[in-house]
Design a protein around this ligand. Sequence first.
Ligand code: BG6
Ligand code: MG
Length: 218
Amino acid sequence: MIQACIFDLDGVIVDTAVYHYLAWKRLANELGFDFTEAQNERLKGISRMRSLELILEWGGIRKTAAEQEVLATRKNEWYVEMISHMTPQEILPGAKAFLEAARNAGLKTALGSASKNSSAILERTKLLPLFDAIVDGNTVTASKPDPEVFLKGAAALGIAPADCVVFEDAIAGITAARAAGMKAVGIGQQETLTGADMVVPGLQFMSIEKLNKLAANS
Ligand code: BG6
Ligand code: MG
C-alpha cells in the first residue's frame, strides 16, 4: 500500500531545471564550448560537482580539484542569483495541488533532491510546510542514481521503501528510485524516462486515483 510520496525538486516541483541549464551553459561558453540539450538531460538529478566533471569532459578540458571548486562556485553564484527572484508563481502546474491532495489522503510527503539550494527554493515558493521531511544535497553523500537520497527520505518518514512512490524528471532519479525498491513516476516524456512505472507530462496530470492504480498493478 502506498503510504508516502517522495518528490524530486528541480523539474518536478519547480522549474529550476532551466536555471541550472542557463548557468552551466554560461560556464561552458566562457570556457569556449557548448553542449547539447541531450547532454543537458544527463545533468538532471546529479550533483553539482558530478555535473561539472561531465561538462569539462564534454569540452575536453582538464582542471585541478581546486580549479573545479572555483568553477562550481561561479556557476552556483549565477544560479543562486536567478533563484533569489523566484516566487510561488514558479511552482510547476499541479505541483502544489498534488502535494495537498496527497497529504489530505493521509500520505506522508518528503523531498528527495540532490540540490544544496533546496531550502532557499522552498522558502521562496512557500512550499516548506507541505513536506514532512527534507532530504537534499546537504545530507546525502552519494549522488543519484545511487538510492541514498530516497532511502533516507523513507527512513525520515518512517515508511518502508516498498510503500513509497518517487516523482522524478531525471533518468538518474528514476534509476535511483528503482534501486531503492520504490515505484517511480516520471515527470516528462515517455521516450526519455524509460524505466519509470508510469510517466505523466506534469503533476497536473497526476491524481490520488492514478496513484492507487499504480499500487494495484504491483
Ligand atoms: C538537482 C538538479 O536537483 O540538483 C541538478 O537536477 C543539480 O541539475 C543538482 O546539479 C545540484 O543542485 P545544486 O543546487 O546543489 O547545485
Ligand atoms: Mg529534477
